[in-house]
Structure formats: C-alpha cells, structure tokens
Design a binder for this molecule. Structure first.
Ligand SMILES: NC(=O)c1ccc[n+]([C@@H]2O[C@H](COP(=O)([O-])OP(=O)(O)OC[C@H]3O[C@@H](n4cnc5c(N)ncnc54)[C@H](O)[C@@H]3O)[C@@H](O)[C@H]2O)c1
Ligand SMILES: [Fe+2]
Length: 394
C-alpha cells in the first residue's frame, strides 16, 4: 500500500441547534476579546444572533467584521486582519459560508504574524502561530471548516490559495439548522461544489488514499441522495443534515487528496465574472469529466463511483458505467435548476482565450488531474461550455 498522510480539524461538533453552544466553546479558550468574521447576508439573516447574545452575556467583548464578500478579495482579508490587530483579538470566530470561513482563517494567522498575504500564497508557507479559531459553516458546500485551505482573489483577479495545516481550526461546529434558510439556487450550487470535491478527491492523481476514498464515497452518497430534496424543500432538516455532513466529509477527502481541473477551470470564471464558486464548478463539470473519460484511470474511478448515483450501473462494462456516472451528475444539475451554459452567466466568445490562459496558471490544481490539460484543451472545454459549440484554440 502507498504511504499517505491525513490531516483534518481536531474537534468537531455536529448537532442541530449546535449554534447555541458556540459561546460555550469560545469561552473555553479563556479569551475575553473575540473577533467575529461574517458577511452581511448571514448576519442579516439572523444566523449570528444566538452566538452574539450568548457571548455578550458571558461578558466577552465582540468586534464584528461583516464586510466579507463572495470570493474574498485580498484587500478585504487585509482589512479584517487589521481590525483584529487594532482590537487586540484573542480568538477568531466565523459564522458563514466558505468566503467568511476562509477570511477568518487568514485573519487568525495574519493578526499575529508580520508576513503579508503575498508571502504565504502556496503550499506549506504559513508556518507561524495563529489565534484560536472556531469555524461554523452556514452553507453545505466548501467544507472549509475541515480544510487547511483559504482562497483569496488577488488584485489581478487571480484566485490564489494559502494551504497550510496551521489554517485548520481548533473547532468546527456544524449546525444544520443554520442552513435551513439557504435559497434553492445557493443550495444547488454549493451542493454541487461539495460533490465535485468528493469526485476530484477520488480521482486525484498523487495523494488519493484509502481514507480520502472512503470519505469521498460516503460524501457522494449523502450529497447525491439529498440534494434534490434540499433544493425543493429547504426546511427539511434531514436533507439539510445529510448535505452538511456530506460537505464536511468531502472537505476532509479533498483536503488530503486535492481537487483538480474542474476547480482549475472554475476559478477564472469566479474571479473575472463573479459567478458563485459552486456554479462556476457546475458550468465546467460535464466538459472536464467527458475530457477525463479518455484517461483510463479516470474512467475506472468514475465507473467505481457510478453505482452510488445510479444502482443500475453496477456490473456494467467500465466505459458504460463511467458515462452513466457523468449522465447522472448532469441529471442532478438539471433537476436542481443549475444553469448549463457559460453564456447564461455573461461569458462571451471573446473571453475564451483569457479564461483558458488563467486556468493554466492553476498549476497547483492541474497537476492533480487524471489527464493532462493543455491550453488548447482548456479552450475547447470552455468553448463547449459556452454554448455547446466546439471551437479550437488558434
Ligand atoms: N477553504 C476551502 O477549502 C474552500 C473550498 C471550496 C471553496 N472555497 C471558497 O469558498 C468560497 C465560496 O463559499 P460558499 O460557496 O460557501 O459561498 P459564500 O460564503 O460566498 O456565500 C454565498 C452567499 O450565501 C449567503 N449565505 C451563506 N449562508 C447562508 C444561509 N445559511 N442562509 C442564507 N444565505 C446564506 C452569503 O451571505 C453569500 O451571499 C469561494 O471563495 C471559494 O473559492 C474554499
Ligand atoms: Fe470547491
């Protein structure tokens, strides 16, 4: 067996109503000055209220940063870190989607380190101490609460990652009740993101391992069997719980067996056109998977996963089972009302070269893909995703 390493968050609480225990967990660190990192949508929806009130009641001082926006720009992260330093934050708590959680990870690090963001982009460069960190997800998507990753949009609209074990939080608190009010289109996009994490972890070229495989399979089973219900009937706690658990398990899988070309091609769409991360993934998912089918390893992996989505695929010849898998995913996207074309989110034919150029910069991710992706391949995949027409790069 190939040797492997596996890391995740050391402490996890998963419970409907767990938001009521955030203050207790925070107080256990003995901090008196706490920074809450969130966004206006989440705070406006009242999702931070229970924790804010309980923290105040426990005598802790709270400084709130609610200016996080989707695909957080570096400037926002730096402003949040400055606020943490100015207020003398002793612990960082984040309640929100992946954007808030990622910002909080970097705030906890930058608040007590002199190096700037530019010095820590990449893998394993953030080695210093950080403030205690408690993360509470309100989307069932990124799995950020269990990953050592924070994704930032640079001033040149590039999405860069800081990847370091130091960014794993002390506590991940998962309360499915916080996700009951997620609008259907966000539920669909973030749920697809989580499914892509599981699929790309399962096909990851270098660090795929027995633990990430099990987690990816379990995540995919939970997500694929509950995503339609969660989109149709948002108040269904059982479906919401399965989605939140599935996204966490997928996060654990891809944190150790990293994602690949779907994410590499999705990032420029998010960075340039401000398309939500999950939707960006969904828009290139089919194209990348059909491209990957040409690689024997990917075909075998997709065939192995196929019965999880479609039990009748069990026992089919490999190629047939693998295409059944891709078709089943396409059906989920359709049933959940996810847009299928890049043209529907404002991308034009003239944008294709820039998208393909930017995707090629995501070398950290592309190396994990089961099939090598060239500029010409990326161009063709974007082109088909645009409007169904295949164009070749000049
Ligand atoms: N760290 C990681 O491992 C990792 C993995 C994948 C993606 N990401 C990053 O995470 C970000 C995307 O995060 P996301 O998909 O969770 O979305 P998000 O955090 O950007 O939030 C999307 C929107 O949903 C709203 N929202 C969140 N929770 C809600 C709730 N319960 N009810 C109502 N509205 C709610 C927010 O206010 C926001 O407007 C991207 O920047 C992406 O690159 C990080
Ligand atoms: Fe993702």
């Amino acid at each position: 067996m190939k040797p492997f390493t596996f890391q995740t968050s050391p402490n996890i609480l998963f419970e409907p109503g767990a938001a009521g225990k955030i203050a207790e967990t925070v107080a256990s660190f003995g901090a008196s000055q706490v920074m809450l990192v969130t966004d206006r949508g989440v705070r406006g929806a009242g999702l931070t209220r229970t924790a804010e009130e309980a923290l105040a009641k426990a005598g802790l001082t709270l400084s709130v940063f609610e200016d996080v926006v989707a695909d957080p720009p570096s400037e926002v992260v730096e402003r949040a870190a400055a606020q943490a330093r100015e207020t003398g934050a002793e612990l960082v708590l984040s309640i929100g989607g992946g954007s808030a959680l990622d910002t909080a990870k970097l705030v906890a690090y930058l608040a007590v380190n002199d190096e700037g963001l530019d010095g820590i982009y990449g893998v394993g460069l953030a080695k210093g101490k950080r403030l205690p960190l408690v993360l509470v997800p309100t989307t069932a998507g990124t799995g950020s609460e269990v990953t050592p990753i924070a994704i930032v949009t640079t001033p040149t609209t590039e999405k860069k990652g800081v990847v370091a074990p130091r960014l794993l939080p002390d506590w991940a608190i998962l309360d499915p009740e916080l996700t009951l009010g997620l609008p259907a289109h966000v539920t669909a996009a973030t749920g697809i993101d989580a499914m892509v994490h599981a699929i790309e972890a399962y096909t990851s070229r270098h660090r795929k391992n027995p633990m990430s495989d099990q987690l990816a399979r379990q995540a995919l089973a939970l997500l694929s069997s509950h995503i339609r219900t969660a989109c149709r009937d948002g108040a269904n706690l059982e479906a919401r719980s399965a989605m939140l658990l599935g996204s966490m398990l997928a996060g654990m899988a891809f944190a150790n067996a990293p994602v690949a070309a779907v994410h590499a091609l999705a990032y420029p769409i998010g960075a340039i056109f401000h398309v939500p991360h999950g939707l960006s993934n969904a828009l290139v998912l089919m194209g990348v998977m059909r491209f990957n089918l040409e690689a024997a390893e990917a075909e075998a992996a997709y065939a192995e996963l196929a019965p999880i989505l479609d039990p009748s695929a069990a026992g089919l010849p490999r190629a047939e089972a693998a295409s059944r898998f891709v078709e089943s995913l396409a059906a989920i996207c359709r049933d959940c009302g996810v847009p299928a074309r890049l043209s529907e989110v404002g991308v034009k034919e003239a944008d294709l070269p820039r998208l393909a150029e930017d995707a090629m910069k995501q070398t950290r991710l592309l190396v994990n893909n089961p099939r090598e992706v060239t500029y010409a391949d990326a161009f063709s995949i974007y082109s088909e995703a645009l409007d169904g027409k295949l164009r070749r790069a000049e």
